[in-house]
Design a protein around this ligand. Structure first.
Ligand SMILES: C[S@@+](CC[C@H](N)C(=O)[O-])C[C@H]1O[C@@H](n2cnc3c(N)ncnc32)[C@H](O)[C@@H]1O
Length: 253
């Protein structure tokens, strides 16, 4: 069973979010397991304090290393021998998280320990001593690591076999093969005067597949030129689709 332990000052919020919907049901079926840990419970301070002033001055507070270290140690003490464990610290100075990271974390480890910072962050010595990698959710700053931890946990756990009905649920999605997903439609056929593209009603599976690929390519080109530049579109079908996209764009101008 794939396991994730989240060290946080808000265990209920984090636990509740991952106890719902698809990940919640996967937990009920013992396919995955998420445990949250209150960092404050591990503070040896009489007032259960988990932060202190920053050395060198400045605003705010920094989370002390001791409760974080002891909390992680408690989790490690409960790990099975041979379990491949990875400790992650959510941090805006980390490497920005991608789908490739979600796949790597699923494939290379059995258990993730994710530490959520708060205030101005955590004492650097905890990171040096305990953290295998620092992961950022993006180039912005949040008040705490809980949202990034939820995002990482969700992205990894939905890739665990059995969590989604079949592999196609995620291999056919944005970012799996370097493309953005094609547009999706559901009933009714016409809504607010907007009709579903006719081809999707044709029942012609091969033409639908080609249309979807074309839409994926054109969307990626328009919205994510950085991703588009990395695509290999040298296959016969893709070359033909590219020509169609160019012609359509030329007509639209
Ligand atoms: C207010 S932030 C600290 C920011 C830090 N002083 C800095 O300037 O880099 C508090 C906590 O939120 C989390 N956090 C904030 N932004 C994040 C991001 N983009 N990705 C991952 N974690 C983030 C981290 O755990 C961090 O310790």
């Amino acid at each position: 069973m794939y396991r994730i332990d989240i060290m946080t000052l808000f265990p209920e919020t984090v636990g509740d979010a991952l106890g719902e919907s698809i990940i919640g049901r996967a937990q009920e079926r013992d396919i995955v397991r998420v445990d949250t840990h209150q960092i404050r419970d591990y503070s040896t301070n009489k007032q259960k304090q988990v932060d202190d002033y920053p050395y060198g001055g400045g605003r705010g507070a920094v989370m002390t290393a001791q409760p974080l270290f002891d909390c992680r140690q408690h989790i490690l003490d409960g790990c099975e021998p041979g379990e491949r464990v990875r400790t992650i610290y959510c941090s805006p100075v980390g490497k920005v998280f991608t789908q490739a990271d979600a796949i790597r974390l699923r494939d290379d480890y059995d258990r993730l320990i994710i530490a959520c910072g708060h205030y101005e962050g955590v004492d650097e010595r905890f990171i040096e001593e305990c953290v295998d990698e620092e992961i950022s959710l993006g180039d912005f700053v949040l008040t705490g690591g809980e949202i990034p931890a939820l995002a990482i946990a969700d992205a990894v756990l939905r890739l665990v076999p059995g969590v989604l009905p079949d592999e196609e649920c995620f291999t056919d999605e944005s970012h799996w093969s370097g493309l953005l997903e094609y547009p999706q439609y559901t009933r009714p056929e016409t809504w607010q005067g907007r009709a579903v593209p006719e081809i999707l009603l044709s029942g012609h599976h091969e033409n639908i597949r080609k249309w979807r690929r074309k839409m994926s390519i054109s969307r990626t080109k328009a919205r994510r030129p950085d991703m588009y530049d990395r695509l290999d579109l040298s296959g016969k079908e893709d070359k033909k689709l590219l020509l169609e996209i160019e012609n359509e764009n030329a007509c639209g101008q």
